[in-house]
Design a binder for this molecule. Structure first.
Ligand code: NAD
Ligand code: DAU
Length: 424
């Protein structure tokens, strides 16, 4: 595909992006984990928004979750480079910091799946804590610019380290209502989120930036430790940092170990749909392009040293997410029968009878719900994509991109699936 067509496609894909926030001069981004789900969507977003006004270096170890196919077109562009490597590799990261000299380091690289952290916690410490500390320290050394009058470290103008964190660092909220109730928001938030109607909630409590950190899984404990190191580097060395803590993302290019793409893939494969426990746990779903926009706004306009929560105003119980995916795929198969060629077992039903309640995840957090007042009122960001629109796009993306799905579900994925769900 030629570059011109590529840009047009990206513009169509992110057609709700407008040039709203600042672009003072050419920015250079070092994006770690840029071949993964959110990192790759972020790269696509930044290129669609800023075009040749940015340079991007993607550093990714290409673990099972990183897929070079996802960023194949981007890394052919003259302003994008790709390096396969580990964020924990001191020599490599030092060299990249010197040679590329980024303005922004955006650290997406992580082991990201809670279920895998329960099976193999150690890897999560290595990547999420030690890897983050390594890249943080390399950035500190590369950006240091002497000391000020009081002997405190000074950093070169315009540099920033952004840690991509998660709402899971706050632990679990209570679910106070069996069925959703209308969500009231303050007048100041109402002014920002005009256009988002019918907001709802399952509880009285929400995660704000002041909620105490109380992680409950090996994954979230490791992410919390990384956050504490990032904040410690700010407090101790005065390093220019931000942290963003986001709720559950969904959208194109998500690895099918996570709920939404796993359910879509299982329906196409004619498998049962595993729902943990009673399916009553609540997550706050955010369309990934909205997350990408928030990250770029925090990079460019977030106050140094601050944490920003990012959420979808979109709480839902897992069982209802699963049912809505069944409904969408059943409708598409009815109304657009050419898609039926994707069904491995066309004779099997696509209805609620294929849901299977399975043994719950140990320590399963009951409810997440973000209060995004700070980012909405300080930076003017809000989750623009309503769930009905985002989930339809996500299902269709999965149907229309079967070669990508096949590239990540062959081999190791089948082994993972059998181990995780075989005896559940
Ligand atoms: P992902 O698992 O899809 O991608 C992670 C990427 O990091 C992969 O490309 C992988 O190859 C790479 N990677 C892993 N270890 C590495 C290492 N040692 N060195 C270099 N690269 C390495 O994850 P995701 O869902 O895109 O999440 C990205 C980040 O966002 C993570 O830090 C995660 O904690 C955070 N986050 C995710 C969500 C979500 O819903 N997925 C929500 C909030 C925050
Ligand atoms: O909240 C942000 C977090 O969201 C991120 O930090 C994590 O990286 C990301 O993986 C995600 O964590 P969850 O554990 O919430 O996502 P997951 O897709 O694994 O599960 C979503 C919900 O669905 C959760 O309550 C468990 C449930 N579930 C999941 C799977 C994979 C099922 O019921 N069945 C399943 O097969």
């Amino acid at each position: 595909m030629c570059i011109g067509t590529h840009y047009i496609n990206m513009i169509l894909y992110f057609c709700n992006i407008e040039q709203s926030y600042t672009n003072d001069y050419m920015k250079k981004y070092l994006v770690t984990g840029g071949a993964g789900f959110i990192g790759a969507n972020f790269v696509k977003y930044v290129l669609a928004k800023w075009g040749s006004d940015v340079e991007i270096l993607i550093l990714d170890a290409l673990t099972y979750a990183g897929n070079p196919m996802t960023i194949k077109e981007e890394i052919e562009l003259p302003n994008v480079q790709f390096v396969k490597g580990d964020i924990g590799d001191r020599e490599l990261v030092t060299r990249l910091m010197e040679e590329f000299d980024p303005d922004f380091v955006v650290n997406f690289a992580a082991e990201s799946h809670v279920d895998r952290s329960i099976t193999n916690p150690r890897l999560f410490l290595e990547t999420n804590i030690l890897g983050t500390q390594n890249i943080l320290d390399c950035a500190r050394k590369a950006w240091l610019d002497g000391t000020d009058d009081q002997g405190k470290p000074k950093y070169r103008e315009g540099k920033k380290f952004l840690q991509i964190s998660t709402d899971e660092v706050y632990g679990s909220l209570t679910k106070d209502y069996d069925t959703a109730r209308p969500l009231e928001v303050s007048d100041e938030v109402e002014r920002v989120i005009e256009g988002r109607k019918n907001l709802k909630t399952f509880g009285r409590g929400f995660f704000t930036e002041h909620t105490p950190l109380a992680p409950r899984s090996p994954y979230s404990a490791a992410k919390t430790s990384a956050d504490l190191f990032v904040l410690a580097y700010h407090d101790t060395y005065g390093m220019p940092v931000n942290i963003t803590r986001c709720s559950n993302n969904y959208g194109p290019y998500q690895f099918p170990e996570k709920l939404i793409p796993l359910i879509i893939n299982n329906i196409l494969e004619g498998k049962e749909l595993p729902v943990y426990g009673k399916g009553e746990n609540v997550r706050d779903w955010l369309y990934v392009a909205d997350h990408a926009k928030a990250i770029d706004m925090v990079l460019r306009e977030g106050r140094i040293g601050e944490v920003y929560n990012i959420g979808g105003f979109n709480e839902e119980q897992n069982i209802n997410i699963v049912k809505s995916i069944i409904d969408i795929i059943a409708r598409i198969m009815r109304e657009e029968p050419t898609y039926r060629r994707l069904l491995r077992h066309p004779e099997r039903p696509i209805d609620y009878s294929i849901i299977r309640y399975v043994t719950d995840r140990p320590g399963h957090d009951m409810r997440y719900a973000i209060d995004p007042t700070k980012i909405a009122t300080e930076l003017g960001w809000y989750p623009e994509t309503p769930f009905t629109e985002g989930i339809e796009k996500t299902v269709r993306w999965n149907l229309d991109n079967q070669p990508w799905i096949e590239s990540v579900t062959s081999g190791d994925y089948r082994k993972y699936y059998d181990e995780m769900y075989g005896n559940r």
